[in-house]
Design a protein around this ligand. Structure first.
Ligand code: DC
Length: 223
């Protein structure tokens, strides 16, 4: 199976790019951040403090996260419940970032991710895909952009949806999340040694997609 790993900090456009590239290649897109977000929701529903490792360890055996593909799109299930629509909030992202530092959470989700990658060709995005989940991936990309560029994109996205937003607050949130993800002990966000760095600060979506496809071609994954 061919595995393409795309890692990088919050708001770098990983999911947009990974989704487009997977469509182009006919691979399955696996959004690992969504799995951490689902666990964040599971723990928060139980009223567990995101810094209480003992309580999280106790609760994790009861968590059932499942990934299903409906009309080609990834849906995330907590038990029987499709929670996909609840995942893309700032709160779920922060909760995910907080609880993702604990080994009981990472072990469970890493195994699920590895299992998905052995049975099909995948484009998988996250923080530790190239460094820990799929160390033998054929293509590894570290997709980043300046805090300013990532903040401005997020700001545009929110204001276009008619939501109120403050650019400086968004940039501060992005910086805080990066710090949390880069400084945790287990599988921190890091550019894998053999990953190719792609800085999209001055690129549009089309250019980034083409750059990723170009890298896939160079690596002999596509013609
Ligand atoms: O990509 P995202 O914003 O949906 O991810 C939410 C959080 O989940 C992120 O801040 C850290 C955690 N995460 C992780 O630790 N490892 C991954 N492979 C993906 C996400």
């Amino acid at each position: 199976m061919i595995n393409i790993a795309i890692d990088g900090p919050a708001g770098a456009g990983k999911s947009t790019i990974a989704k487009a590239v997977s469509k182009e290649l006919g691979f399955v897109y696996v959004d690992t951040g969504a799995m951490y977000r689902a666990i964040g929701i599971y723990l928060s529903r139980l009223g567990i403090d995101p810094s209480d490792e003992a309580a999280i360890d106790n609760a994790m055996p009861g968590a059932t996260v499942d990934i299903k593909y409906i009309d080609g799109a990834q849906r995330v299930f907590l038990g029987e419940e499709d929670v996909t629509g609840l995942l893309r909030t700032e709160e779920a992202g922060n909760m995910a970032s907080s609880v993702s530092r604990f080994s009981s959470v990472r072990t469970k989700l890493t195994q699920l991710q590895k299992d998905l990658a052995v049975k099909q060709n995948v484009v998988m995005d996250g923080r530790d895909i190239g460094s820990a989940v799929l160390p033998n991936a054929e293509v590894k990309i570290y997709l980043t952009a300046s805090e300013q560029a990532r903040g401005e994109r997020r700001y545009k996205e929110l204001t276009e949806k008619g939501e109120k937003a403050d650019l400086n607050t968004i940039i501060a949130d992005i910086a805080a999340r990066d710090h949390q993800d880069m400084t945790r002990e287990i599988s921190p966000l890091v550019q894998a040694e053999d990953a190719i760095l792609l800085d999209s600060s001055d690129m549009n979506i089309e250019e980034v997609i083409n750059a990723v496809l170009g890298i896939c071609r160079t690596k002999g994954v596509i013609d």
